[in-house]
Design a protein around this ligand. Structure first.
Ligand SMILES: [Mn+2]
Length: 358
């Protein structure tokens, strides 16, 4: 793990010049975990080419000493003042900060760092995070395997006419924990029948009835990293239109898997599966982007949609989640997590996706 952290810090320091800053104050706790392995609730980093400073309070000093390497550790409740003192003679001009800080925090920075130029850096660490290293890939792979197993188990749990969406969601949540997850990566979606036409319909007390579809979108945290998977199943029977729509969504999902590889533009990443759905006449019923990056956050860079710009790189971990939603009737979505490689992609969510009728 330590070598991977040193590599992340090396990339961080290399990217400083391009961002036009001499150092960066990192305050986002997820970014701090990514760079140091520290997962407490209070920490601030300052990283320049001259020094690396890790600031936390007395509650976390012991854990920081054991986890954080390569930083000067400072124990204080007033991180900004201590950092300003430390760097006073470092001949730095421009200091970057996370663009998502609160306005009151910015005002404090403006006072404490009055001798410096402050520059907001957008997605600085988030961009580094888009390329997963070996440890991250292995961890996400395991998180996906937990979701896969919970999905297989829930198929036996559902009793048509009795089981409610909330019971399905709770079953998935607890089962993922039993398989080693530390939590759910977002509120589990279990939407049946007409409710499945809402792309993010959270579970309700509605019972799942024979003849309905059921969309389950769920994922877990395993060792700080997420999985994110969607499967739609049918209960009891399936009619011709439902079979056709399921087939279109599955073909869209697979069309992207066939073409996803390093070098593909974000526009094509969204456009290839969208074209399958449009050709079938359901373009207006696919109302969201095709996917997003996953990692330490459930939704992180890159984000895909018709207007996204960028190019896939090997090591990106992204979702492929086409859907068709018929308002008032039902909806179908199928979502996989893909690891982008130089020559293609690897599917990490391995639960079956051929039409399942229980
Ligand atoms: Mn997703």
């Amino acid at each position: 793990m330590k070598n991977f952290l040193q590599e992340r810090l090396r990339k961080f320091e290399t990217a400083l010049d391009e961002a036009g800053v001499d150092g960066i104050l990192v305050t986002n706790l997820t970014n701090i975990y990514y760079l140091t392995g520290f997962s407490g609730t209070n920490a601030t980093l300052f990283i320049s080419k001259k020094r690396r400073v890790f600031v936390t309070d007395a509650r976390y000093t012991l854990i920081a000493k054991s986890v954080v390497t390569g930083f000067d550790l400072v124990e204080t409740r007033d991180a900004l003042t201590e950092v300003a003192k430390l760097i006073a003679n470092d001949r730095l001009e421009t200091i970057g900060f996370d663009s998502q800080v609160t306005y009151s925090f910015y005002q404090q920075m403006a006072t404490v760092f009055a001798d410096f130029e402050l520059k907001s850096v957008t997605n600085f660490v988030e961009t580094l995070r888009t390329i997963k290293d070996e440890v991250e890939v292995a961890t996400i792979r395991h998180a996906c395997s937990i979701s896969d197993k919970a999905f297989m188990d829930v198929l036996d749990f559902i009793k048509p006419g009795q089981t409610t969406e909330m019971q399905v969601a709770n079953f998935l949540d607890f089962r993922m924990r039993e398989y080693g997850a530390t939590g759910v990566s977002f509120e589990t979606i279990a939407a049946s029948g007409y409710r499945s036409a809402m792309p993010h319909g959270v579970a309700s007390e509605k019972a799942i009835e024979t003849g309905e579809s059921l969309t389950m979108d769920f994922g877990c945290y395993y060792n700080h990293y997420v999985s994110d998977m969607t499967r739609t199943i049918h209960i009891g029977q399936v009619n011709d239109q439902e079979r056709e729509i399921y087939d279109v969504v599955l073909r869209a999902n697979k069309a992207l898997i066939d073409k996803a590889q390093a070098g593909l533009s974000y526009a094509d990443f969204d456009g290839i599966p969208r074209a399958v759905i449009e050709a079938a006449g359901y373009g207006a019923n696919f109302t969201h982007g095709i996917g997003h990056g996953i990692g330490l956050d459930i939704h992180e860079e890159p984000f895909f949609g018709p207007t996204a710009s960028g190019v896939l790189q090997a090591g990106m971990m992204v979702t492929d989640e086409p859907g068709i939603y018929l308002d008032g009737q039902y909806g179908v979505r199928i979502e996989d997590d893909l690891l982008i490689t130089e020559t293609g992609c690897e599917i990490l969510t391995l639960a079956p996706k051929e039409l399942i009728v229980i």
